[in-house]
Design a protein around this ligand. Structure first.
Ligand SMILES: *[C@@H]1O[C@H](CO)[C@@H](O)[C@H](O)[C@H]1NC(C)=O
Length: 119
């Protein structure tokens, strides 16, 4: 990627009007040597910029990765909590069903006693 950018810049510089060897040769370059030298310096500066940029991108990528891991962890924890809540809900429902069934049979027994005049 970086190499491709440098090649692109080089091609761009060579196709620029200042790079042609005609009458349009820019006067701010004393000689072809000075021009090449300045172009090289420019390329070196750009490469250094790209290195810095790449480092920054890698740092941000690292931060994104750790953020993603954190979110994954939170989601797993949340799933676990939901499972616990669901289990508790099922247990409560079972307990309630058992309680209602016991109450029902006690009511039935009471009704039978009343019918037999024992209460
Ligand atoms: C369900 O009943 C069992 C046994 O009586 C009890 O230990 C448990 O705490 C109950 N669960 C809930 C959620 O009420």
């Amino acid at each position: 990627m970086q190499r491709a950018c440098v090649v692109f810049v080089l091609l761009l510089a060579m196709s620029a009007p200042g790079a042609t060897r005609g009458a349009s040769h820019e006067p701010r370059y004393k000689s072809e040597f000075t021009y090449d030298e300045q172009l090289l310096e420019k390329m070196i500066r750009m490469e250094a910029e790209m290195d810095k940029w790449e480092t920054r991108m890698n740092e941000q990528l690292g931060q994104l990765t750790s953020l993603r891991e954190h979110i994954d962890h939170l989601m797993k924890t949340e799933d676990f909590r939901l499972e616990l809540i669901q289990d508790a809900f099922v247990e409560s429902r079972n307990n309630l069903t058992a309680l209602l069934s016991r109450a029902d049979s006690q009511v039935q027994q009471l009704i039978e006693k009343i019918k037999k005049g024992r209460v």
